[in-house]
Design a protein around this ligand. Structure first.
Ligand code: GDP
Length: 464
């Protein structure tokens, strides 16, 4: 298919979704302000009908996706691209001579949770890939597991794990140094251009055609390489899969509580998540007989409450894991196993409902991309839009003019750059127009997220 075809198809789908958020938001406001019984009934009917319209539109667009004759192409292209980058990663990590190889050293021990640490590692890996240096991971004394990375995952290399070299220096240093030490992502100056949202220019066009969000795909590929389970972890995951009888279709729900709530994110009741779950099942052409959910949380009370309140769903959840995840018991071997299990299964669901303010859910969403040719729209976030923590600034571009009609709205002109603060999931997003400096609301469908293509080394000797 042409690039334009693929982009248009996704655009239509997004617009329908956004239109629905809008109507839903508007009607909810009116509904709340009314108390007359009849009018209320009329409104409910409107709600239902609009919902049916939306369902029909989305179903048809998804059907186009299935019958347009490109399914095989999409699967092949996704596999080819994945094989290509995985091969590059392997070659980077397995230099011919480890004694003379250029190296980059990264320490996993950032003072934060697993999702945050793994994102830190992804960023190190991207800098390694961008500077063609083998990444050497320091993980002894890891706060989750003092033996380090290899107690749960495969080593990052089969041949080169030693940090030794003739010359050492701190980032950025210069090319002549054999070993360069990278600081924690937050403290790095100058910021490497290889960090998100950059994607390699030599892949950007193919990625834009194949995937709705190339950056997420790219990060997912790095995670696929980094998070290869070792034999023990493989066994753990296989046993778990059998025990919980994990099978699709299934919706992954991540409810982040304890230390996050009130500090970095707002509280959301289980019901808010379940509304999105309900909407997902409703949107399918055929609602499955068993509505299955994989529920993960760092608060065991969430699991007890969900099982009590939502008996019409089959809820798969492990209360013991949630217990080890709670903030007081977090940094232990058991808790590490728990978070690996939860992320693994969340990423294998057909749809994710969560808060993107949590790195746990963002990791699951990124990994999810490795299980579908294009899973960019298989999520519903109750708060943030997707972002990569510490990413370089990445304004979005206006595609449709907007004249403010209501208080709080801002003007948009085609090609304006907008720094987006968030999507309110009611048809509106909030952001700052970099041309006018104005901050305010605008209809979400009037902007697009451009792909940031940056020249990385091309690993030409590996071309296939
Ligand atoms: P964030 O704080 O939610 O952005 O994500 P982090 O991964 O940086 O830190 C949260 C940590 O809390 C995780 O790494 C886990 O150790 C724990 N945690 C949070 N939610 C869950 C969950 O659903 N399941 C499990 N097993 N652990 C969780």
């Amino acid at each position: 298919p042409s690039l334009q075809y693929e982009e248009t198809r996704r655009k239509i789908r997004n617009d329908v979704q956004e239109m629905w958020y809008f109507i839903n938001g508007e009607l909810n406001k009116i509904k709340k302000s009314l108390d007359k019984y009849n009018t209320y009934n009329d409104l409910s009917a409107t709600f239902n009908l609009v919902n049916e319209y939306k369902k029909s539109l989305i179903t048809n667009i998804d059907k186009i996706y299935q019958i347009d004759g490109y399914t095989k192409w999409r699967e092949k292209e996704a596999n080819d691209l994945s094989s290509l980058v995985q091969q590059r990663f392997r070659s980077l990590q397995n230099p011919i001579n480890c004694n003379t190889a250029k190296k980059l050293i990264c320490n996993i021990n950032k003072g934060c949770g697993f999702g945050c640490q793994i994102h830190h590692l992804v960023y190190c890996f991207l800098v390694a890939y961008g500077t063609e240096r083998t990444l050497i991971l320091k993980s002894k004394g890891w706060r989750y597991q003092k033996e380090g990375w290899e107690s749960v995952f495969l080593p990052l290399s089969d041949t080169c794990l030693s940090p030794n070299g003739k010359t050492h220096a701190n980032w950025p240093s210069d090319e002549s140094k054999q070993v360069i030490i990278l600081p924690i992502v937050d403290n790095i100056y100058p910021k490497p251009i290889y960090q998100p949202p950059s994607v390699p220019a030599d892949l950007a066009q193919r990625l834009s055609k194949m995937h709705g969000y190339p950056l997420v795909w790219w990060v997912g590929q790095v995670l696929k390489y980094l998070m290869r389970p070792n034999n023990n972890t493989k066994e753990l995951l296989d046993n778990k899969r059998q025990k919980i009888k994990f099978s699709n279709p299934i919706v992954g729900v991540h409810i982040r509580r304890t230390d996050k709530v009130g500090t970095e994110a707002a509280f959301h009741d289980i019901e808010e998540y379940m509304i999105r779950v309900h909407q997902y099942f409703e949107s399918l052409e055929k609602t499955p007989k068993i509505k299955r959910i994989f529920l993960a949380s760092d608060d065991p009370k969430v699991i007890t409450a969900a099982k009590q309140r939502y008996v019409e769903y089959e809820i798969i959840a492990d209360i013991d894991i949630a217990q080890t995840a709670s903030v007081s018991r977090r940094y232990s071997n058991l808790s590490l196993q728990g978070i690996i299990i939860d992320i693994y299964f969340l990423s294998r669901c057909d749809y994710l409902v969560c808060t993107f303010s949590s790195q746990v859910c963002r990791v699951a969403y990124e990994l999810m991309q490795t299980h579908f040719p294009d899973a960019y729209n298989r999520f519903s976030s109750l708060d943030d839009i997707y972002y990569y923590g510490g990413q370089n600034p990445h304004p979005q571009i206006v595609t449709i003019n907007h004249v403010p009609k209501r208080e709080g709205e801002i003007e948009l002109k085609i090609n304006d750059e907008i720094e987006v603060y968030g999507n309110h999931w009611d048809g509106y997003s909030k952001g700052r127009n970099l041309r006018t400096g104005m901050i305010g609301l605008f209809p979400s469908f009037k902007i697009k997220n451009p792909v940031k293509a940056v020249v990385f080394p091309k690993y030409q000797h590996l071309r296939i």
